[in-house]
Design a protein around this ligand. Sequence first.
Ligand SMILES: Nc1ncnc2c1ncn2[C@@H]1O[C@H](COP(=O)(O)OP(=O)(O)OP(=O)(O)O)[C@@H](O)[C@H]1O
Length: 252
Amino acid sequence: MTGHSAVIEVCGATKAYGTGTARRVVLEDVHLRLLKSEFVCVVGASGSGKSTLLHLVAGLDTATEGRIGVTAGRPAVMFQDHALFPWLTAGKNVELALRLAGIAPGSRREQARSLLALVGLAESHGQRVHELSGGMRQRVALARALAQGTDVLLMDEPFAALDAVTRRVLHAELLRVCAERGTAVLFVTHDVGEAVALADRVVLMSSDPGRVVAEWSVGLRSARGTDTPDAAGLVDEITARLGEEADCSARR
Ligand SMILES: Nc1ncnc2c1ncn2[C@@H]1O[C@H](COP(=O)(O)OP(=O)(O)OP(=O)(O)O)[C@@H](O)[C@H]1O
């Protein structure tokens, strides 16, 4: 991997599914680089290959061409569906991840407690997942992802199923936790407002095939996470460009 502090480096990644006349190029020559502690949101129309890109970076699928480098082993992944064990307590779910990360049995319980406290669930250690609200479950999922102890977190619409207020609270929590731990985040969403609220950088993908076609540095334009006129202007600008891309792909 080139560059000192890049934690994710995607170089010319192409992904095609099928063969012969059924071959379909979903991603084409995608380049993307994330530095330590950087928060990058990927937006694009449905089917533009955002999830596919995340799967490639996660090592859940392989690129047809190109190279994908991730430092510090396997990144943690968090999806819209929390995928927790509902019959286990919040604490046990996190402890399980700690066990898989090779943490010694004696310190798992304490570490699970402090991770749950970090995501604002200090009191819920002993509660079973099925007793928790949707927002609380996503917090447990975040604690479990953090339990893997990696510098890189990959998130695919993790808050899409939550109401606006809960989502806002979790945005603030996520930014705080990642800043505290120096975690880099690659976050997929089709909500441009969410992207501008969270990201240092927003990357826009085209469809058919998915390519990185535009990029905005949010920090240069507005303070993230706030309802400033600059942030609203940036949301409008990115949304307009997203619309142009959707029109282009509809004409192809
Ligand atoms: N295993 C697969 N086999 C064949 N085609 C696939 C496979 N996985 C994804 N695709 C196709 O790749 C394209 C991109 O899918 P992907 O889920 O990455 O898009 P997306 O931008 O994340 O979409 P959305 O915003 O709707 O979640 C879609 O047309 C999808 O049908």
